[in-house]
Design a protein around this ligand. Sequence first.
Ligand code: EPZ
Length: 430
Amino acid sequence: MDKFVVRGGNPLLGTIKVSGAKNSALPCMAAAILTEDEVILENIPQVRDIETERKLLTSMGAEVELGYGRAQHRTHIKCAILSDPVAKYEIVKTMRASSLVLGPLIARTGIARVAMPGGCAIGGRPIDLHIKGLEAMGATIVYDHGYLEARADRLKGAHIVFDKITVTGTEDLLMAATLAEGESVFENCAREPEVTDLAALLTAMGAKIEGAGTSTIRIQGVSKLHGARHRINPDRIEAGTFLIAGAITGGDLNVDSCEPKHLGALIAKLEECGVRLDVGQDNIRVRSGGSMGGELKAANISTEEYPGFPTDMQAQFMALATQTEGTTTVTENIFENRFMHVQELIRMGANITISGRTATVRGKSPLQSAAVMCSDLRASASLVLAALVADGETILDRVYHLDRGYEHFEEKLRGVGAQIRRMGDVFGKK
Ligand code: EPZ
């Protein structure tokens, strides 16, 4: 099991570079299923979930060449022949986002067998809305020994109003609709930048899409899509994580190659805490403490779909909240079990209580180093942030969770002065 050893106390100083967004790369890689031509994607991050997606696509017959280390991280994907349109359980159980191949597979081949994703650390995370949408588009769905099998000669455009706002549900059905017969109108769609990024790729492939990034998306189905080249957005959650790292350590950090317009809710909240932010075109400089460099003050958050405060930043913000003066309420409205970082933060000396969907953080609490356990991707990031300001050496276990979504995390942090190193075998290096 990989571990991190982090010695707290160093302010982060200098420039830290943001990688491509994992949650854009995953649907964009799945979109390559929709054409027999080659799709070229730039700025793909070197994280475990991308490797899992590569395995998934190649297991179905695709040729995938991940472009790490090459200029622009250029990845080539070609789904000329999909000899085995099955998303096998051994892969799906390691990454729920595998369900993103469902829509493209049935649109391209008329059949898809996808292992039903099991539960997940942060919540049940069903895909009932993906399924309901595909049925509305004419697919027949049967369940067979833990697999979902969807069939359709050709999907038909449909008018769908999502019961709940779902990011990958919107993405899955958007991809399916591009090759459906006729027009589709989807309402109550997710407005996340990752949806807009996917729509930009699909449009470059010849899809006819209007309204991506708003809650109503209109798609005119076409008979075929062609190859394209597309650059993936910067990762707004990685950027947000680094902004908090600069704030919590009292540093002066330039978060470079990010997209500030995707970070509006977090920027507003950090400024409410008294964090100083200088927002540039594609970078944000973060300095802790108010204009007089004073203490940070508490500010409440409540997670919402984009453009509200992102659930994927909730755990990281809670670590910061332990270092602000006053009482912070953190309400998690998207997932039913996304407070697993709380017990670990309490073990480091934080003062947090939970009632239903709301955690109450009383600060400022000096944090102590401890041996802690990572439970999911963003909880892991939260514990690293706490360890950066704890006295002494914190040992974080099961950091493979973090490797799923943060590229070269410890190297990037070390590059701006953090005392962090990995123990055990190292992901991504031969
Ligand atoms: C995406 O997950 C992200 N993953 C998540 O990021 C992110 O936390 C989440 O959106 C919310 O922003 C990817 O994009 C790969 P949802 P997704 O469908 O699409 C319920 C990370 O840290 N729901 O928007 O799976 C669901 O249970 C990950 O990078 C249904 O009930 O999330 C949840 O309560 C974690 N039925 C809510 O909707 C459905 O069919 C929002 O889920 C689908 C979803």
